[in-house]
Write a protein that binds this ligand. Structure first.
Ligand SMILES: O=C(O)CCC(=O)c1ccccc1C(=O)O
Ligand SMILES: [Mg+2]
Length: 327
């Protein structure tokens, strides 16, 4: 496909919808996910930077949405992508109900280190997941100190393996220290990889065995593919994850995972966390999602429309980020 010229702001605004997607369970501290979606000559794109992100960071998310809507996805290597179940920091007793939303998944990613909870809560949740799913990853979202991470990772591997621990601590230096101290558990970097220059810093510091990559903060599918190529030279595999994207944004994550030379279970199953999405939810069959693009459903766009003040907020943000996204 020939790339269309970069769109003007008015072209994006012309098709823009600001949506508020209700969530089944609190995740990342939120219960509704706001996104702005728009269409271009190649299809639909999403601008969904979390509200607390500044314009410089948010503009990468817009660039990713513009790429999908004006350029489309690169050629895929496969038509289905394996995903992990994403288990929020729920009580252990709720784990079977959460996992039931991810039929056939053989890998689960479990949130740990949630504020207000204890290590015993994490151990109980992880054990409940292990009873049902063969491969378990945990994600601490930077919530532990190095000492806490060491204690927790030992406790969490007493009765079984962890494939990896995602972002156990906040900084690159701390990740490297945990990786040295807890040799038996692989470390994945997530929040430490937000800009294109971050992954090599993480790898050079010896801070991670695995890189979690997300299309929106990295500025698009092609940017993720370039990064993955660089990381492969250091022997660091990538895991493509969502940024709690709507079904439209998820198309970009699926496109990235589908275009990689190899793909392990991706964190792209988070559509299951929404009560209602912008389109009919993708069917999760045998733990895999079909790689496709979606057109939002007109009724859902109306039903999910964000309140006027939020629409105004997103349109102002779009106007500020637009010139930065095209740089
Ligand atoms: O990786 C997954 O399983 C789902 C994606 C996910 O966890 C996530 C989604 C939005 C924001 C942050 C995160 C995260 O990995 O911490
Ligand atoms: Mg993470």
């Amino acid at each position: 496909m020939t790339a269309s010229p970069a769109p003007g702001l008015d072209e994006i605004v012309a098709s823009a919808h600001v949506l508020s997607l209700p969530m089944r369970t609190r995740f990342r501290g939120i219960t509704t996910r706001e996104v702005l979606v728009f269409s271009g000559p190649a299809g639909w794109g999403e601008f969904g930077a979390f509200p607390e992100y500044d314009d410089a960071e948010a503009s990468a998310w817009l660039r990713a949405g513009i790429e999908m809507a004006w350029q489309g996805a690169p050629d895929p290597m496969r038509d289905h992508v394996e995903v992990n179940a994403t288990v929020p920091a729920v009580p252990a007793a709720e784990v079977p109900a959460v996992l039931a939303r991810y039929p056939g998944t053989r890998t689960a990613k479990v949130k740990v280190a949630e504020k207000g909870q204890t290590l015993a809560d994490d151990v109980a949740r992880v054990e409940a997941v292990r009873a049902l799913v063969p491969t378990v990853r945990v994600d601490a979202n930077g919530g532990w100190t190095v000492d806490q991470a060491e204690t927790a990772l030992r406790a969490l591997t007493e009765n079984g393996d962890l494939e990896y621990a995602e972002q156990p601590c906040a900084t690159v230096e701390e990740l490297a220290e945990v990786r040295r101290r807890v040799r038996g558990v692989s470390i994945a970097a997530d929040e430490s990889i937000r800009r294109a220059e971050d992954p090599l810093r993480v790898v050079r510091a010896g801070a991670a065995d695995v890189a979690v990559v997300k299309v929106p903060p990295l500025g698009g599918v092609r940017a993720v593919l370039r990064l993955a190529e660089e990381l492969a030279q250091y022997g660091v595999p990538v895991v493509v994850s969502s940024a709690l994207d709507s079904a439209i944004g998820m198309s970009a994550g699926l496109a990235a995972a589908a275009a990689l030379p190899t793909s392990t279970a991706c964190g792209l199953g988070t559509g299951a966390l929404f009560v209602t999405d912008v389109a009919e939810p993708r069917a999760l069959v045998d733990g895999r999602l079909r790689v496709d693009t979606v057109v939002p459903d007109a009724d859902r766009l109306r039903e999910l429309a964000a309140p006027d003040d939020r629409r105004a907020w997103w349109l102002e943000r779009l106007a500020r980020c637009h010139p930065l996204a095209l740089l």
